[in-house]
Design a binder for this molecule. Structure first.
Ligand SMILES: Cc1ncc(C[n+]2csc(CCOP(=O)(O)OP(=O)(O)O)c2C)c(N)n1
Length: 304
C-alpha cells in the first residue's frame, strides 16, 4: 500500500529521487519480520522499501526521505535508495550493487565479537550475487563462522537483462555454496507454506548454530526496474511470465485463503487496510509539510 501510494503520487513531482519498488516481492521480508528481533542487524540494496518497513523502519521518515526533506531518515540527502533506522536495527542500504554484502560481514563479526545472540541479515538481488564481493563475503563468513543470513531475492532480472543471458545454464548457487560448506535454503516462491518454512528454518539455523546460511527465494517485481510505473511495453519480459506471477501473488492469495477459511475475519483485514491507509496518509502529509534542507547543508558531513 505504501508503494502503491508512491506510484500514485509520483507524477506530482514532489518525489525527485528514483524509486525501485518491491511490489510483487513484499511477502518474503514480511515473513522474515515474524522471526527477527530489533537487535538483529539488517542491510539492504537500492530496492529497500520492503526490507526497511518489515524491520520496523519509521514510515514518516522514509517518506520524508523520498521527498528530500530534513526530517527524512537520511536527512534528505539520500532518497529512496538510502533508508536507515538504526534504532530498529536497519543499518542502511547502498545503491552500488553488491557493495552492502561485505558490510553484513562486518555486522556479523561485530555480533560475534560481542557475544550477542542476534544475527546479521543481508538482502540482495541475484544480480548482486554476480559481483565479486558476494563470493568474497561468503568465503569469509564460512571461514570465520559468522552469524550472517544471506537473503537472495531472485527476480530473474538485472535491470532489463534476464538471468539466462547472464549466467550459465543450470547454474545453481545452492550447489556452489553447499560445496563451499554453507547451509542453503531455497523456495520457488509459489507457495506460501513452503516460503514460510524455508525462511523460518533459515533464520533459526543462523540464530541457533551461529553459522552463516544462504536463503534464495524466487520472486517477480510487478513494476518497472526503476520508477513507479510499468515498463512491459519495452518487451524485455515475457508476457506469459508476467501473467503467471500475477496469479501467484502470495499476498493476495493469502488474503483470499483467509477470507475463505471457516474462522475468516474479513472485518479484521478491512481494519488493517484502514489503519495502514491512515498511517500512509499521515506519512505523506508529514513529508509534504516538512522543511527542505538548506542549500548550505550540502556541504555538511563531507570528508575533507
Ligand atoms: C556496481 C553497480 N553496477 C551497476 C549498477 C546499475 N544497477 C542498478 S540496479 C541494477 C540491477 C541489480 O539487479 P539485482 O541485484 O538482481 O537487484 P534488483 O534490481 O533485481 O532488485 C544495476 C545493474 C549499480 N548501481 N552498481
Amino acid at each position: 500500500m505504501v508503494e502503491e501510494t508512491i506510484s500514485k503520487k509520483y507524477s506530482e513531482q514532489k518525489m525527485r529521487c528514483p524509486v525501485h519498488l518491491s511490489i510483487g516481492q513484499e511477502i518474503a521480508p514480511s515473513i522474515l519480520s515474524l522471526f527477527t528481533e530489533k537487535k538483529d542487524k539488517c542491510i539492504s540494496t537500492h530496492r529497500c522499501h520492503a526490507h526497511y518497513l518489515s524491520k520496523g523502519g519509521n514510515l514518516d521518515k522514509m517518506i520524508a526521505e523520498i521527498y528530500g526533506k530534513k526530517t527524512g531518515c537520511s536527512k534528505g540527502y539520500g532518497g529512496s535508495m538510502h533508508l536507515i533506522d538504526i534504532k530498529k536495527g536497519f543499518m542502511g542500504t547502498s545503491a552500488i550493487v553488491g557493495s552492502s554484502i561485505p558490510l553484513s560481514i562486518g555486522m556479523g563479526l561485530n555480533i560475534k565479537l560481542k557475544g550477542s545472540k542476534n544475527i546479521s541479515i543481508c538482502y540482495f538481488g541475484e544480480g548482486a550475487r554476480e559481483e565479486g564481493a558476494f563470493i568474497e563475503s561468503v568465503n569469509l563468513a564460512i571461514v570465520k563462522e559468522l552469524p550472517v543470513l544471506f537473503f537472495c531475492e531472485n527476480n530473474y532480472y538485472s535491470v532489463y537483462t534476464s538471468i539466462d543471458q547472464r549466467q550459465p545454464k543450470n547454474a545453481s548457487y545452492n550447489k556452489i555454496l553447499s560445496n563451499l560448506g554453507m547451509k542453503t535454503f531455497y523456495s520457488r516462491g509459489k507457495n506460501f507454506d513452503d516460503m514460510y518454512i524455508k525462511i523460518k528454518n533459515a533464520y533459526n539455523f543462523v540464530k541457533k548454530k551461529r553459522l552463516p546460511c544462504y536463503l534464495e527465494i524466487d520472486c517477480y517485481r510487478n513494476v518497472e526496474h526503476c520508477g513507479p510505473y510499468n515498463d512491459d511495453h519495452l518487451g524485455y519480459r515475457n508476457k506469459e511470465d508476467f501473467k503467471k506471477w500475477k496469479n501467484i501473488d502470495l499476498i493476495r492469495n493469502l488474503e483470499k485463503f483467509i477470507l475463505k477459511s471457516k474462522n475468516s475475519n474479513s472485518k479484521l483485514i478491512k481494519k488493517i487496510r484502514e489503519n495502514n491507509k491512515y498511517k500512509i496518509d499521515k506519512a505523506f502529509y508529514f513529508a509534504d509539510k516538512s522543511a527542505k534542507p538548506n542549500p548550505s547543508d550540502a556541504f555538511l558531513n563531507l570528508f575533507k
